[in-house]
Design a protein around this ligand. Structure first.
Ligand code: ASP
Length: 326
């Protein structure tokens, strides 16, 4: 009996000590950062930049970005929701965390319950693009052409619930015209097809489109933010183009599965904060039109609060559009 009690006490102590000991040794192996879209796209670009900067902030650590694409990111997000909560699986996802609950009837995760929140990363405007050779130099000409040729004009996106889908929904509702949409596993392949002329229109983040706009491989007609941005100074806003209420800004956040130990989360939050101060990261984001989150936004509380507010903001807009996916 006595022996049993001592043994029991030793086991209990060991059970409590284990997470603390492993948090002190954390990370002892590579940390996977899941990007739920195709490689080379805007979410991927943001995640790889942050992962590199976080690796510098945690000496000796290795961050490996993994692309788990499909269904506007929901496949990769479900994977993270079910992953072992040990700090070795993280997620970088965008506004889709807030829009997918209104769009998917059978979502495999609850955004406000199944995760730990690390912090906001940045805000990124979108650009309305057409393929080169499309007969329009501005939004006015584009809309006139689209309305006359609605049966043959195609609009690319990264699946129902993606940022490009949301932008496309708002656009179709603003011009009161339904279009044929073509879904991809991310906007890297969608942009490649736009450059190849296989699709006509794409609305996508500046973190993907800026280099292609600057090199003239696609034609940008408008920016979806209320103000012009330094990196694409010549590009008028949607408001300047006649759509004053058109405002879509995409934000990215970092998450871990629910139950990830607090000491591990604290290390990750500190590393994210450090990463977002990195001058190289800030220059890269600024060159791509992204605004790095300030330290007060790169926190678990700020991310969760922002997510809850965005779910409340977009839910009614999406439900009004009457779009659903299974
Ligand atoms: N920009 C994409 C979207 O429309 C996703 C991506 O490929 O990063 O959601």
């Amino acid at each position: 009996m006595f022996r049993k009690t001592i043994l029991g006490a030793a086991l209990v102590t060991a059970a409590f000590a284990a997470p603390i000991a492993s948090a002190q040794q954390y990370p002892s192996r590579p940390i996977s950062v899941i990007v739920p879209f195709a490689a080379g796209g805007p979410t991927d670009t943001v995640a790889r930049s942050v992962a590199d900067a976080m690796a510098k902030a945690i000496p000796g650590s290795t961050f490996v970005v993994e692309n788990a694409a499909g269904a506007a990111g929901t496949i990769g997000v479900s994977k993270v929701a079910r992953a072992n909560p040990d700090g070795y699986t993280l997620l970088v996802y965008h506004i889709g965390m807030a829009t997918t609950p209104a769009l998917y009837r059978k979502l495999q995760y609850k955004p406000l319950e199944d995760f730990e929140y690390i912090g906001l990363i940045n805000d990124v405007p979108m650009t309305m693009l057409v393929k080169n050779g499309f007969p329009a130099k501005n939004m006015k000409e584009m809309v006139a052409y689209v309305k006359q040729n609605a049966d043959k004009v195609t609009l690319a996106n990264a699946g129902v619930g993606s940022a490009s889908h949301l932008c496309g929904l708002l656009f179709q509702s603003a011009i009161n015209q339904e279009l044929v949409t073509v879904p991809y596993k991310g906007t890297a392949p969608a942009l490649a097809d736009l450059m190849g002329g296989q699709v006509d229109i794409l609305c996508d983040q500046t973190t993907n489109t800026t280099p292609q706009i600057k090199s003239g491989k696609v034609t940008a007609l408008a920016l979806t933010a209320p103000q012009r941005i330094e990196s694409l100074k010549e590009l008028p806003t949607m408001a300047e183009s006649g759509y004053p209420d058109f405002n879509v800004s995409i934000w990215h956040g970092m998450y871990a599965p629910k139950g990830t130990p607090k000491p591990v989360l604290d290390r990750l939050v500190a590393a994210l904060q450090e990463a977002l101060k990195d001058p190289g990261l800030n220059k890269r984001f600024a060159d791509l039109g992204a605004q790095t989150a300030t330290a007060d936004r790169a926190t678990p509380e700020a991310l969760r609060k922002h997510l809850a507010a965005e779910i409340d903001r977009w839910g009614p807009v999406i439900r009004k559009a009457g779009v659903y996916a299974d």
